[in-house]
Design a protein around this ligand. Structure first.
Ligand SMILES: [Zn+2]
Ligand SMILES: [Zn+2]
Length: 255
């Protein structure tokens, strides 16, 4: 028995010490980033859905499923929707979430799907356009596939959105479902970035890491990494991003 325990312990130590594979930190239930106007608190919900609270404002990103998972921080001032897929947009969840004060920010393709229930509260944001509400500035960027066999998932013509959200002096990039498109690779002055990676829908961890190295956010949160074959290899992602030691990979509890 003792020898088995020793072997198991040795195997665990060996796996933690594989060169180029840094041991991953614990997954956080929330994270707090300081800004000039007080802390930004990030609350992961699941997969691509999360809540940010900052300076009295509640920002909900791609809420789907039980609305109760988003309401613990108060009614949303802003809801950001990236595109029409079911893991990002749910008219039912939205109807349960929005209140009179809520502004829903979405690309045109999403706004047309939402119907009358929330239509009066939707700001359609095309790429390059900006909207500001509750002191939060939101700019839309393109999200789309580049690889031939994935083009049907997120065609460029549909004009899905990624977003850059400015909260005080902090700039947060939120990827829609995208590959490492030039508009993402050339982002500047990003403090924190939520970056998708899953197959076959978005991109490999190699492409995601390469994009992150290109625009070099201070902090990157891998998210949207559950695909057909299971979860993406976050150890491999972290090892690739570690080429730039100024970029910190932070893991949140998404699943
Ligand atoms: Zn998705
Ligand atoms: Zn999608």
């Amino acid at each position: 028995m003792t020898s088995i325990r020793i072997l198991v312990a040795a195997a665990l130590i060996a796996s933690a010490l594989v060169p180029g594979r840094p041991a991953l930190a614990a997954e956080l239930a929330s994270d707090t980033l300081p800004t000039a106007k007080g802390p930004l608190v990030i609350h992961p919900v699941e997969h691509a859905s999360f809540v940010m609270t900052w300076s009295g404002a509640v920002v909900v990103v791609d809420p789907v499923g039980d609305a109760g998972r988003y309401t613990g921080h108060g009614a949303p001032d802003l809801v950001l929707l990236t595109h029409i897929h079911g893991d990002h947009t749910s008219p039912e969840t939205l109807a349960a979430l929005v209140e009179a004060k809520t502004l829903v920010v979405a690309p045109d393709s999403v706004a047309r799907e939402l119907g009358d229930g929330v239509s009066g509260r939707v700001a359609v944001l095309a790429h390059g356009e900006t909207v500001e509400a509750s002191g939060v500035r939101v700019e839309a960027f393109p999200a789309y596939n580049l690889t031939e066999e994935r083009l049907a998932f997120h065609p460029r013509e549909r004009k899905d959105n990624s977003y850059v959200v400015t909260l005080g002096d902090l700039r947060v990039f939120i990827s829609g479902d995208t590959e490492d498109v030039p508009e993402m690779r050339s982002l500047e002055d990003i403090d924190a970035a939520f970056v998708c990676m899953n197959l076959p829908y978005t991109m490999t961890v190699e492409r995601a890491a390469d994009a992150v190295l290109a625009f070099a956010p201070r902090i990157v949160y891998p998210y949207h990494y559950r695909g057909k074959g299971g979860l993406s290899d976050l150890e491999a992602f972290s090892a690739l991003v570690a080429k730039n030691p100024a970029i910190e990979v932070r893991l949140l509890d998404w699943y």
